[in-house]
Design a protein around this ligand. Structure first.
Ligand SMILES: *Cc1c(COP(=O)(O)O)cnc(C)c1O
Length: 366
């Protein structure tokens, strides 16, 4: 069986360095808020092209705490409308509702499945205060168009970059376009920790300081609490793991592109629609998502051919029980996407034989 993502193989490439880094933290006797975190935050900020990075416990917290920080800073208020693509992972929406802001779910661009400037424009009301721009599958949303609208209408833009570490437009990376960006380092992401981890990236020093305080019980000085904060910190072990892996991220992206190129060139099946790319050098291929009207049959056929696939995602947020209040919204494009998408295996450690076996299996689907 060709696995969807072989995390054991992926991390085993760095096993020695990871063990060394782990031993360094154990020997230091310091596990929260130390040098490993500071080092990783500095390198990741530099990688993204921003001044500030704040490690938090996971990607959802990076998004939630940023919106919360904007509330504490008086830039958002309960009930404000926040535009978000309807076809996203539920975390993008949870971050909004957790802050008692109002998500406005918008149909995506039919080609890229990402939020478009036209989509944002059409959803604007006099209550719109922010946009969560999700960079789905490894490709960035139209940040030029979205930022131009944001400037015009005084909107805050939060990039959900959980799937797009290293993606870029005109050489400017994901995380450096909006007023802030949330990253996830969940093990399966393109930059993955060996556990949960996340970060905020921003040019805004005051925002970075606020998120750091909120994630540390609302405190900057031990036992003095300025805000009713939470505990959301990136620990030393995970920061050390991430520092090891960040060095190799660009090489891994190149390897992912090679797999994607082989799929794009090799897959030739009229029943299977290949992903659309704005510009090949900008996509970091977190996921390789094809569209097929007979998705369940294709998935079964691939399984029987020894290829593991996953669906990102089977149920859109507005059809989730958790959001039953949105259940009567009609978002036909988003719903069609969720019915038809299938993610093929992609990773920096797939062999050429495995890649060609996937191509053959997809092409053999009648
Ligand atoms: C993974 C993901 C998140 C959440 O990240 P966690 O670290 O799992 O909390 C948020 N948004 C998107 C688009 C994601 O893919």
């Amino acid at each position: 069986m060709i696995s969807f993502l072989d995390l054991k193989k992926l991390n085993s490439v760095y096993a020695e360095q990871l063990r060394e880094a782990c031993a360094r933290v154990i020997d230091s006797g310091w596990f929260i808020g130390g040098q490993e975190l500071a080092n990783f935050e500095r390198s990741f900020a530099e990688y993204c092209g921003v001044e500030h990075c704040v490690g938090v416990a996971n990607g959802l917290d990076a998004l939630t705490l940023t919106l919360r920080a904007w509330k504490e800073m008086g830039r958002l208020e309960e009930g404000d409308e926040v535009i978000v693509p309807a076809n996203t992972y539920i975390a993008s929406v949870l971050a909004i509702t957790e802050n008692r802001l109002k998500p406005v779910l918008v149909e995506p661009d039919p080609q890229t499945f990402n939020l478009s400037a036209e989509g944002v424009q059409a959803a604007l009301t006099d209550k719109t205060r922010a946009v969560v721009a999700v960079h789905l599958y490894g490709q960035m949303a139209d940040m030029k168009g979205i930022m131009a609208l944001a400037d015009q209408h005084d909107l805050l833009v939060l990039e959900d970059a959980a799937q797009s570490h290293g993606a870029s437009i005109d050489g400017r990376r994901a995380g450096s376009w909006g007023h802030a960006a949330g990253f996830s380092f969940y093990p399966g992401k393109n930059l993955g920790a060996l556990g949960d981890a996340g970060a905020l990236a921003t040019h805004d020093e005051a925002l970075a300081k606020m998120v750091r305080g909120l994630g540390n019980y609302g405190s900057y000085r031990k036992y003095e609490n300025e805000f009713q904060g939470v505990n959301s910190r990136l620990d030393e072990i995970q920061a050390a793991m991430l520092s090891v892996k960040l060095v190799h991220l660009d090489r891994e992206i190149v390897a992912r592109r090679k797999v994607a190129t082989a799929y794009l060139e090799g897959i030739d099946n009229p029943g299977v629609r290949l992903p659309h790319l704005n510009a090949p050098e900008q996509h970091v291929w977190h996921l390789f998502v094809v569209r097929c009207e007979r998705r369940e049959e294709l998935q079964r056929h691939l399984h029987d051919s020894g290829v593991q696939t996953l669906i990102h995602y089977p149920i859109p947020p507005h059809k989730q029980q958790a959001y039953s209040a949105f259940g009567n919204l009609s978002l036909p494009l988003t719903e069609a996407i969720h019915r038809e998408v299938l993610s093929l295996p992609i990773s920096p450690v797939m062999s050429e034989d495995e890649v060609q076996a996937v191509v053959r299996a997809v092409n053999a689907f009648a």
